[in-house]
Design a protein around this ligand. Structure first.
Ligand SMILES: Nc1ncnc2c1ncn2[C@@H]1O[C@H](COP(=O)(O)OP(=O)(O)OP(=O)(O)O)[C@@H](O)[C@H]1O
Length: 678
């Protein structure tokens, strides 16, 4: 069997690592079925699957399945339905052995332990809050989540001559979820009085009297109430749904609850880029929310990477902090949690003291982590179940909203998840928000008319390369125009260029090929050279002033992380230096020779763009379907755009991608469902 497996080693097939693992299992006199399963489990891990799901083995055996595609002589193997029996009898499978068989899934033991540990921590039950504390908590929630009367009044006032706009605005900002229950006639009367009295703010409470409480629901307030009364909270939401705003108010709430005791609060994100964005957005939220100074001063605004928080040991996978050496903290906020893979999540949770409150923020619909697992997606699949009766009642008491509870028995994890549903970033005339939503629902037919209906989204055929060239030259001109002939080593100048570079970004799906990251980078470099915006001398050196690069490997000592973007500038002596804005918000420069692995980044993959946003995003899909093209990839690409999205793709390929969903094999869902292990 090993000889046949060895023949499968190659690109897009078995990795050498998978073969070596199978070889190791074969040493324990394992049956050929176990040897093949070992190779496949390791192979699946490389594709992001935590385990080999034995219930899906038929897919391998199908006429168009992998074993047939690999021309593997699978006829020699027994029927797939008998494989679990062979595995149960195998000496390499079981407690203390390299492989584990649980709930009809075969794991590498380490991954099985990671999954068990994550599930156990997520299911850890919190002590119920004391009844009297709920009263104060409810009052504090009311004050933190009261509408911004002045903002609402001003906007309603401006829209007075346009009742449709006023109603749409009031629906959004006064948290109306059942517009039919609102007496809009009376609301308009009030607004009219407001217009005449020029004191709209004073009249808003009267407006609210015509909006019954059961017609309102502010999911941000529900999320804060849930997180304030639970050890673990998972807050998921698309772009601009207010995750940062909510968590800032939540931190304020926790600090109000603990006026005398210091609370050690930390903020973390999986990449340097995401940590820098969290630092910027939480700083803006703290400044903009009008919190009492004694509270806002105690809210930390500096986020770090999860790796830095845990303490990297150079050359090792484990960290300085773990279950034997816990972190000292009381509250941990993790942003962009969809990017956290299973091993990192397990290591992070293991290093937290039992009393530590954990708040995971992210967008469940984005691409799953690069490495194995889809932890956030798996957890959030429980949000459909709804809250238990007890939780719905508690949240109703705290927020005043009537929440429907689950009809059947819900998993305890469902009580810890809150989904934010309304985007405050994309206004009602924004196509990006509608498009993202339609893609998320796989609503292919809804998408077609959107392109002509909205000005901020455009679909182009792949043949429109001249349009892409024109757009890209204009897009990158914004930062290249700031390029000085001689750079004076001034950090502000570098920061201005980095900010301007962030205004425009080409995203691609693949690494190779003309529409992949390599081909597209070369193409853009050519276009910018023709436009005389850059002057590369690529036959001598890849470096030239203006070259943007992305780091592709973490270098903890240098403080550079996968995903960090830098720009090359020449200093006074004509020597090239690469400038980065790091997670501490400061601009640092490096000699090109000191950089960890990196590549040019006029184009980047959608995978790498996670955790970033660009004003104008251009996504170029390839001319042929490829395994990476999925709904999650298209959604992630679209939601990187803040104000303008141009998509280059054929309609047929786009539709095919939107219909295809990523399904990662993992046992986290059944574990969270509370079913007993086999
Ligand atoms: N309830 C609200 N009422 C009015 N504006 C809001 C509300 N919640 C959030 N916003 C505004 O919407 C914008 C996006 O909010 P925020 O940054 O909190 O969202 P996010 O989900 O963290 O976004 P991201 O996708 O960047 O992670 C901010 O300008 C914020 O001030």
């Amino acid at each position: 069997m090993l000889t046949q497996l060895k023949a499968l080693i190659g690109p897009s097939q078995l990795r050498l690592l998978d073969y070596h693992f199978a070889q190791f299992i074969a040493q324990s006199q394992a049956h050929p079925v176990s040897v093949v399963c070992a190779a496949l489990t390791s192979y699946e891990l490389g594709r992001g699957n935590v385990c080999l799901d034995l219930a899906s083995l038929d897919a391998y055996f199908a006429a168009d399945g992998l074993l047939a595609e690999w021309s593997f002589p699978h006829e020699q193997l027994p029927e797939p339905s008998s494989w679990p029996t062979f595995l149960t009898q195998c000496h390499a499978v079981g407690e203390g052995k390299p492989l584990q068989l649980q709930r009809n899934r075969l794991y590498l033991t380490r991954y099985c332990l990671f999954e068990q540990a994550v599930a156990a921590r997520l299911l850890q039950s919190s002590a119920p809050p004391e009844a009297e504390s709920l009263v104060t908590l409810g009052e504090q929630l009311n004050s933190l989540f009261a509408p911004d009367w002045f903002f609402v009044a001003r906007q309603l006032h401006a829209d007075l001559n346009n009742p449709d706009n006023a109603r749409a605005f009031a629906t959004q900002y006064l948290d109306v979820v059942h517009p039919a229950l609102v007496n809009w006639g009376e609301v308009s009367q009030c607004l009219l009085q407001a217009y005449e009295s020029t004191d709209a703010v004073a009249l808003l409470p009267q407006v609210m009297a015509y909006i019954p409480s059961h017609a309102q629901l502010n999911w941000q307030k529900v999320a804060a109430a849930l997180a304030a009364t639970s050890d673990i909270a998972i807050i998921s939401g698309g772009p601009g749904t207010g995750k940062t705003t909510t968590v800032t108010k939540l931190l304020a709430l926790l600090l109000m609850q603990s006026p005398r005791e210091p609370l050690d609060i930390r903020l973390a994100a999986p990449t340097g880029k995401a940590a820098a964005r969290l630092t910027a957005s939480i700083t803006a939220a703290v400044a903009g929310l009008g919190l009492a100074p004694d509270i806002s001063e105690r809210i930390p605004t500096q986020a770090s990477t999860i790796h830095r928080l845990l303490g990297v040991i150079p050359g090792r996978h484990d960290f300085r902090h773990h279950q034997e050496n816990l972190l000292h903290l009381d509250v941990l906020v993790v942003d962009e949690a969809s990017m956290v893979d299973l091993p990192l999540m397990a290591r992070l949770l293991a290093a937290l003291p039992p009393h530590c409150r954990i708040i995971l923020l992210g967008d469940k619909d984005q691409l799953a982590s690069v490495e194995a697992g889809s932890v956030l997606g798996d957890i959030c699949s429980f949000s459909e179940q709804g809250f238990s009766q007890q939780q719905a009642a508690r949240l109703c008491q705290l927020t005043g909203y009537e929440l429907t509870s689950a009809s059947g028995v819900a998993s305890p994890i469902a009580d810890k998840i809150c989904q934010l549903k309304r985007s405050y970033r994309f206004h009602q005339y924004s196509g990006i928000g509608y498009l993202a939503n339609a893609v998320n629902h796989g609503a292919v037919k809804t998408i077609a008319p959107l392109w002509s209906q909205y000005q901020d989204i455009d679909l182009h055929a792949l043949s429109e390369m001249a349009t892409l060239q024109h757009m890209t030259v204009a897009g990158y001109q914004q930062y290249l125009n700031l390029l000085q002939p001689v750079h004076s080593d001034n950090a502000d100048e570098a920061r201005a260029m980095l900010n301007a570079f962030n205004q425009y970004q080409v995203l691609v799906a693949l690494r190779q090929g003309p529409y992949g990251v390599e081909g597209m980078n070369e193409q853009v470099e050519d276009w910018l050279t023709q436009a005389r915006l850059i002057q590369p001398a690529l036959n001598i050196t890849p470096w030239y002033p203006g070259r943007p690069i992305i780091i592709t490997q973490n270098d903890h000592q240098a403080g550079l992380y996968n995903g960090d973007i830098g720009i090359c500038l020449a200093n006074k002596d004509g020597a090239n230096r690469v400038y980065f804005e790091l997670a501490d918000g400061k601009v640092h420069h490096f000699l090109p020779s000191r950089l960890p692995a990196h590549q040019t980044v006029y184009a980047m993959t959608v995978h790498k763009s996670q955790g970033s946003e660009f004003n104008h995003t251009v996504m170029v899909l390839p001319d042929k379907m490829a395994p990476v093209l999925t709904r999650e990839l298209v959604y992630t690409g679209i939601t990187r755009a803040k104000t303008k999205l141009d998509l280059f793709s054929s309609v047929a390929l786009l539709n095919q991608a939107i219909i295809k969903r990523t399904q990662r094999a993992s046992g986290l869902v059944p574990r969270l469902n509370g079913a007993a292990h086999e």
